[in-house]
Design a protein around this ligand. Structure first.
Ligand SMILES: [Zn+2]
Length: 341
């Protein structure tokens, strides 16, 4: 169910942490180098998430991702490339190291995912990754012919849509947020938020994420990024906890002065979350006067993905497969918002 349902008074502990973290509104912060990645790329971490592969080796110059007989090797080099079981995927020289993180062209990632989905990747292991992480070697060439550039039979290619979105994984570093069922909020938030950011990039959306690891970021800096960048939307990702053990499902908070745009975005996100089995607990105007919503000069929503205090929600939130589903649901809602639906 979606729609404005009034104010709920159950204590949401993670929100209290937001209020306590302070809010200096005089700072001027924009997207910095560390939060913006090369256009039309995914990091190797995002690459792994979208292909279901596990990063088994990582150096400043290369990475290896594997799963069940599949082996992807990513080389950074002027002649670098992405290899999938001995054959090259995508263009030569397309892999870059930017501020210590390896980035792969989006089209290459999509192609790898589609090849894996087809289930017909030939077994043909690559030459092992060179051990010298900073060597000026030429990587060993793939042993088979490259995969054709556009051979794939895309069943559901991502809809292309333009827009600027800031994704804000709540808490981080010294601020863990709430916890329950063996889960810590900041970790759940980050896992889902990285998925949302990656999904949006697959759609061609420009994305800034306010943190990409377990670091503390000032609340004012988070919203300032969105304001100064004039983002189309600022989406905070949080996890809830309630003393009312029966509380279950997702909630979405809107700025008190919302003109209707945040409500539209919230309803789209909520509809997609409901479709994967996460019930709508509430969509409501901010009853806590939260820093990040109070100071938003762009469309802003805060998504509470579910309650760690509820066994069903906690089981879903702790499952990496369901985290991916949540990420896709949220990103689909954002894409639909950008499409004007
Ligand atoms: Zn929180």
């Amino acid at each position: 169910m979606t729609g404005l349902r009034g104010i709920h008074i159950f204590p949401a502990i993670c929100l209290a942490a937001i209020v306590l973290a302070g809010c200096d509104t005089h700072k001027k912060v924009g997207p910095d180098k560390q939060s913006v990645q090369p256009a039309n790329t995914l990091s190797v971490q995002e690459f792994a998430k979208f292909t279901g592969l596990t990063i088994t080796k990582s150096t400043p110059m290369s990475a290896e991702l594997t799963s069940n007989g599949v082996r992807v090797v990513v080389y950074v080099d002027p002649n670098g490339w992405v290899g999938l079981n001995g054959r090259r995927v995508g263009p030569i020289g397309g892999v870059v190291n930017y501020l210590g993180i390896l980035y792969v062209p989006l089209d290459t990632v999509i192609q790898v995912r589609q090849l894996l989905a087809m289930g017909s990747v030939p077994v043909n292991p690559l030459t092992p990754i060179p051990t010298n992480p900073n060597g000026s070697h030429n990587p060993p060439p793939p042993v088979g012919p490259p995969y054709p550039t556009n051979p794939i039979n895309p069943t559901n290619p991502p809809v292309r849509v333009s827009g600027r979105i800031v994704i804000d994984p709540g808490h981080g570093g010294k601020d863990p947020g709430t916890h329950g069922a063996g889960l810590t909020e900041k970790s759940v938030n980050l896992a889902v938020a990285l998925g949302v950011a990656g999904d949006l990039r697959l759609h061609g959306v420009d994305v800034v994420i306010t943190r990409r690891d377990d670091t503390f970021v000032d609340l004012t800096d988070r919203i300032a990024v969105a304001n100064n960048w004039k983002a189309d939307a600022f989406v905070c990702i949080h996890t809830d906890y309630s003393k009312n053990g029966a509380a279950v499902g997702h909630s979405i908070l809107l700025p008190r002065g919302d003109s209707g745009r945040a409500a539209r975005l919230a309803n789209l996100i909520s509809r997609n979350l409901a479709s994967i089995g996460s019930p709508s607990y509430s969509i409501r105007r901010d009853d806590r006067n939260l820093c990040v919503l109070r100071n938003a000069r762009v469309t802003a929503v805060l998504v509470e993905m579910g309650f760690l205090s509820h066994p069903a929600d906690a089981a879903r939130l702790g499952d990496s497969g369901f985290q991916s589903k949540i990420a896709t649901a949220i990103s689909d809602g954002i894409v639909q918002y950008l499409q004007g639906k």
